[in-house]
Design a protein around this ligand. Structure first.
Ligand code: MEV
Length: 325
């Protein structure tokens, strides 16, 4: 048996269908080429030792029988702890392990550092301990982990971390279809405002409670957008996709998750010639995405920067979880 293994999993960007996907609808997500590295090493001391310095966790030790039970578990360690707990529960007999993580991206952006680390930990453990895990099984253990820690989530980010590429995804992994390999001509702009996904999900749930028919009708319209976007992505119809981004953005405004900072970057990108633009993810700040032709890319980036945004250079359609040397 090897003593250690290193894997990496990509971050993600939601392209279409956020929020609606929580309620049984489809979305489109793409994996980005900024990755989370997870190294797992067998150690003599039984239990779990975590070093996740990017999120402020150093030399954090938990006994296996205390996994997930600590009242003051550090936020940055939670996904790792629950991922190990679910793995140990499923496969028993785990030796002592030391897990180190290193991320290409800041956990401030909504690039999915928690989902990438969860997938990375379970994948690395399975390879190191010789347990064969299908992608579906890796998804279900990872999804359980995310629900254990944060209670809500569609799991779309885990699918991106596992399968990579650009995916059509239905809540809880009921359908996961690869749409396209390779990059999409998308510019990502960060507002500089960190948003809390669980709060925005609750906010939309509150609106739905008060205005069920209006919100469910909006989800149905978003589902139509996702279905049309699926075709346009497969045919590389970028003018069509840009138009669909603008329509989806209107529905996200309806759901109340847009902000002035996002709008400023979205309008700036469109004025600079983007085919279309929208917020990406839960909203409330965080990132927007703009689709632009090669000749307009630089103008769109400049416009985002001029309006107070930070352009994050990433490529879409990145490879899913993989072993690193
Ligand atoms: C957040 O990036 C996207 C949401 O749809 C949440 C989820 O699908 O888990 C708001």
């Amino acid at each position: 048996m090897n003593e250690s293994i290193k894997v990496s999993a990509p971050g993600k960007l939601m392209l279409f269908g956020e929020h609606a996907v929580i309620y049984g609808n489809p979305c489109i997500v793409t994996a980005v080429d900024q990755r989370m590295e997870v190294e797992v090493r067998i150690q003599s001391k039984k239990g779990l030792l975590i070093d996740a310095r990017d999120v402020g966790v150093a030399d954090y030790f938990v006994n296996f029988n205390r996994l997930g039970k600590g009242k003051r578990t550090l936020k940055g360690a939670k996904f790792i702890e629950y991922a190990v707990k679910n793995f140990v529960k499923e496969y028993d007999n785990c030796p002592g392990i030391h897990i180190k993580t290193k991320s290409d991206f800041s956990s401030k952006f909504g690039f999915g550092s928690s989902s990438a680390v969860t997938v990375g930990v379970i994948k690395a453990l399975s390879l190191l301990l010789g347990k064969k895990l299908s992608k579906k099984k890796l998804f279900s253990l990872s999804y359980k982990t995310v629900l254990d820690v944060q209670g809500v989530g569609s799991g779309f980010d885990l699918a991106a971390a596992i399968w990579g590429g650009t995916l059509y995804f239905v809540t809880g992994g009921k359908q996961i279809t690869s749409l396209k390999k390779g990059n999409l001509p998308i510019v990502v702009g960060y507002t500089g405002i960190k948003a809390e996904t669980s709060l925005l999900v609750k906010q939309v749930a509150g609106l739905r409670k008060r205005r069920k028919r209006l919100v469910d009708s909006t989800f149905n319209l978003i589902t139509e957008v996702v279905r049309e976007a699926r075709k346009d992505i497969s045919n590389s119809n970028y003018t069509g996709l840009g138009e669909l981004m603008n329509i989806n953005q209107g529905y996200l405004e309806t759901l109340g998750v847009n902000t002035i900072e996002l709008s400023n970057l979205i309008f700036a990108a469109k004025s600079a010639g983007a085919y279309g633009a929208k917020l990406s993810g839960a909203g409330g700040g965080d990132c927007m995405v703009a689709l632009a032709s090669g000749s307009k890319m630089d103008d769109v980036k400049k416009a985002i920067k001029k309006n107070g945004g930070k352009v994050i250079d990433v490529k879409m359609g990145a490879e899913g979880v993989r072993v690193e040397k």
